[in-house]
Design a protein around this ligand. Structure first.
Ligand SMILES: CC1=C(O)/C(=C\N=C2/C=C(C(=O)O)C[C@@H](O)[C@@H]2O)C(COP(=O)(O)O)=CN1
Ligand SMILES: Cc1ncc(COP(=O)(O)O)c(C=O)c1O
Length: 426
């Protein structure tokens, strides 16, 4: 079989294709965050709806969905046709385009805390710029972050797990030892720790940054009143509150977590769902919060930032979101249905699972006898399910993301495969 996309002879198996990738891509994948995404070799040939097709022709129901951007499923023609059309009209001139107004206007219409924004190419880029803007605005460098929250891989935001006292450590080889000298970190949902930090550092804090729903260490919603506490203390002390809504934006509600929980930050970072899978991000806030960029006193740039193809993807996706009145009720109902079926499957198999869900983002982790997450058992379960035609991430920290392309029958199939795999698990 010839792979028309490259005119190469397609490998006969996932294993051959997977090994071939590893000969030329360092680590076999262009992201450490996805390095453990495959335990049993799997190489995608195509994806459509909620299904991926591998190079052997196997079709799998996907509960990872590209780590969250595809709220309408893969290859949604209402979005992809628009992007394709834009490529035919010129997708990068570096000049103002009518799409700038249309795309930014849609974000401002849907997200409570955004009046103005800047587009970027990735969440990492947008977060770097948002935190830099927060430091410029407050005139202070100290940043409060939370354990387990991921904000991309930039020099001042990539933190290793854990913290000595309040101090996190740099998260990767090659980072400068001082990279975290302006960052403190406390456990998520620990109101007492937040109060201690504000009592000790309040006047020095420039910004507080969080995923309003933690979704990079399983799913951990904000404790009742916790976001309100962050909002109150940052206002009192003059620190900038930044919500990293790369995952939650347009996912957990039309206006993201800030709409769902009714707490509006000073700056919001968006990506994933916003572009329907096309690489694009944004950071924004009130006109006042964005003023340093209006006057160019602060700095943000990027050859590809806000390119016409990216903004056509944003305009197409957000237009579809705006005109789908039942979208979030439907996603909530599907998430609840999935929760019931997954819990039933685990109970039927007599296996304890840690389960959490916010809307259509859910996490499930196999537990051991001591009720700790059993990562090895979870990886084995994932491989068994993958062999039976269901893909979810082998790392239980990575959530499941459902879409309007998933049906209740697909969820029933996932649950049946889970139950069968758990029953046969050692
Ligand atoms: C809450 C949040 C994120 O989840 C986030 C990226 N998430 C992921 C990155 C992955 C990767 O680098 O391949 C895959 C997933 O592990 C994860 O969802 C980022 C960074 O965005 P980006 O990867 O576009 O630079 C910022 N904030
Ligand atoms: C030589 C050079 N390096 C790096 C950059 C930054 O690249 P990007 O704008 O994609 O971040 C640019 C952009 O103009 C450049 O000209």
């Amino acid at each position: 079989m010839t792979d028309t996309s490259t005119n190469a002879t397609a490998p006969a198996s996932n294993k051959a294709a997977y090994d071939g990738i590893h000969t030329v891509v360092a680590g076999g994948v262009s992201s450490n965050m996805r390095a453990r995404g495959v335990v049993t070799p799997l190489v995608v040939e195509s994806a459509s709806g909620c299904r991926i097709r591998d190079v052997e022709g196997n079709e799998l129901i996907d509960a990872n969905m590209g780590y969250g951007p595809h709220v309408f499923g893969y290859a949604d023609r209402e979005v992809t046709d628009q992007i394709a059309d834009q490529f035919g009209r010129g997708h990068l001139t570096g000049l103002p385009h009518r799409l700038d107004r249309e795309a930014a206007g849609l974000v401002a219409e849907l997200v409570p805390g955004v009046e103005q924004l800047r587009f970027a190419n990735s969440g990492t880029e947008a977060l770097m710029s948002a935190v830099r803007l927060a430091r410029a605005t407050s005139g202070r460098t100290l940043l409060l972050t939370f354990e387990g929250h991921y904000h991309g891989w930039s020099e001042t935001l990539l933190r290793a797990p854990g913290a000595e006292g309040y101090r996190p450590r740099p998260g990767a080889a090659g980072m400068i030892p001082e990279a975290m000298n302006h960052t403190i970190q406390v456990p998520w949902n620990d109101a007492a720790a937040v109060e201690r930090v504000f009592a000790e550092y309040g006047g020095a804090l420039g910004a507080v940054l969080c995923e309003p729903v933690l979704a990079n260490a399983g799913v951990v919603p904000p404790a009742p009143g916790f976001l309100e506490l962050l909002r109150l203390r940052t206002r009192e002390k003059g620190a900038v509150l930044v919500f990293d809504e790369v995952i939650t934006g347009f996912r957990v509600a039309r206006g993201g977590a800030q709409e769902r929980y009714g707490v509006v930050p000073d700056l919001t970072v968006l990506s994933k769902v916003m572009g329907g899978g096309f690489p694009v991000a944004a950071f924004g806030g009130s006109r006042e919060a964005m003023e340093p960029l209006t006057t160019y006193e602060a700095f943000h740039a990027g050859v590809y930032a806000g390119n016409h193809a990216a903004l056509r993807a944003v305009a197409a996706t957000l237009t579809k979101i705006r005109s789908a009145p039942n979208l979030y009720d439907d996603l909530e109902a599907l998430g609840a249905y999935a929760e019931d079926r997954v819990r039933e499957a685990a109970t039927a198999a007599g296996r304890p699972v840690l389960f959490e869900r916010v809307g259509s983002v859910l996490s499930m982790a196999l537990l051991d006898e001591a009720s700790a997450v059993d990562r090895a058992a979870h990886r084995a379960l994932q491989s068994a399910c993958q062999r039976r035609g269901v893909y979810f991430h082998p790392n239980p920290d990575e959530p499941w993301f459902l879409s309007t392309a998933h049906t209740e029958e697909d969820i029933d199939t996932i649950a049946a495969v889970l139950k069968e795999s758990l029953a046969q698990a050692p």
